[in-house]
Design a protein around this ligand. Sequence first.
Ligand SMILES: [Zn+2]
Length: 50
Amino acid sequence: MTQTTPTPDAEALADCVLCGEPTEYPASTRGATYCPVCEWQEAQRTACSG
Ligand SMILES: [Zn+2]
């Protein structure tokens, strides 16, 4: 994607299932959605579970 499209419509974003912050995913996304912070934390938790 080299072209920047002027967001015509502010798409509704899903809320993070952990902290309730808006995520980068559209509300239509299925399953659990995480904000960048929680997503990172989940990744860390998964990486070093134990
Ligand atoms: Zn979050």
